[in-house]
Design a protein around this ligand. Sequence first.
Ligand SMILES: NC(=O)c1ccc[n+]([C@@H]2O[C@H](COP(=O)([O-])OP(=O)(O)OC[C@H]3O[C@@H](n4cnc5c(N)ncnc54)[C@H](O)[C@@H]3O)[C@@H](O)[C@H]2O)c1
Length: 420
Amino acid sequence: MSCKLRIVVVGCGRFAQSFVPLFKAHPVVEKVWVCDLKKDREEDYARRFGVDRFSSFEDALRSPEVNAVAIFTQRFKHGPMVIEALKAGKHVYSSVPCAISVDEIVEIEKLIRETRLTYSMGETGFYRAPAIFCREEFNKGTFGKFVYGEAQYNHDIRNMEDSFRSSGVDDWRSYAGIPPFFYPSHSTAMILSAMPGVYATKVTALGFSGSPRTDIYGTDGQNLYNNPFSSESMLMQLSNGGIARISENRCIGWKSPETYITQFYGSEGGYEFSVAHHHLAVWDKDDPKSVVMKDVSEQLQPESVYDLMKKDYGAAIQAIADSFGFTETSPIQPTERIPKEFDGLPNRHNGTHHFLIDDFCRAFETGKLSPTNIWAVARFNIPGLVAHQSALQGSIPLDVPDLGDPPADWPVLDYKTMDR
Ligand SMILES: NC(=O)c1ccc[n+]([C@@H]2O[C@H](COP(=O)([O-])OP(=O)(O)OC[C@H]3O[C@@H](n4cnc5c(N)ncnc54)[C@H](O)[C@@H]3O)[C@@H](O)[C@H]2O)c1
């Protein structure tokens, strides 16, 4: 087998265009192809990015020239396509979610454990500034014992309508009504990735079924999933005794910030975020009855956003609501580890894309696990799938299956250095 990646990007829709240039530029990648059921999209990508086309996903899996695939198809297709790719002996980069059934995730984990192929799910939440900040402070012991946290991912369906329309299915409404908790990892990852090895043991959930988009969310069969909920919230009981509230909102009066931790409290310290400001509080060492509160926004906001906050706060929060800073990194993110070949290339979702592609490539190169390996992402995805069942069944508490830690002889790359 080639010691470099020869990868087919499958699905030339709206998202993958941010990633083809990154795969092309990464020093571990030798060749990139693109492939789509819609040949006009495939052709457009091939022309724009100067790459070859592959006739079909199935042909890519059969080809000895190809050793990896990157799955950027619609969210309900990931599970079956990843399983097929692993069975064909290909390394897999998958966009989120991992899969939309627990059985599919169990099958993916089993195949990876048996084949030792590289798998990485591109969870942007893992590299968002609040997740990194809470992870670093938690590891230092600043928070003490974790008590309670809150995270959410807000993405209004009215702004997503165009993407569902263009997503390759005529009956777009039936797919757009996917339960919010079938796509839970942007919020769960924020809290769980801050505490490596911690997982949900039990969930109880509620769903909001009063969405104005009754054409998308309803129980009379207009969506494929018989899903009535446009928003879902759950409480997770965690393996370390802590509690987390997680919300996935698809029809609300809010745009940005979209993926964030609002509260992360431990016995010794707490973090809070609201729109623009990030705060850290810790008990005062010299006066145990007082708390020292610091504004840590400078570390967590992109430089341009922080500068505007200082100059004109009103303008800054409007800019944040309009997604200002979306393409930029923050000082807390370990950008020193990013290959120089990515300099000047597109980066989105608060500068997380470069990390995600480097994680996959570096995991392949070293034979180590990506930080967002299957064992990590099973813990991000499965609680949502179980919580949707809880919400449908009157919020009954349900146990969450856990697929365990990675095999002891398969080390995970350090997200700050990539072991370089
Ligand atoms: N923050 C994030 O992590 C984030 C953001 C946006 C999208 N995504 C994920 O990225 C994925 C792609 O999103 P998108 O908006 O580009 O979707 P899209 O619908 O615009 O594109 C999907 C493409 O896949 C193609 N496709 C489907 N089945 C195929 C097959 N068997 N072979 C070849 N091509 C096939 C479709 O024709 C379509 O062009 C989604 O799963 C979404 O969840 C993640």
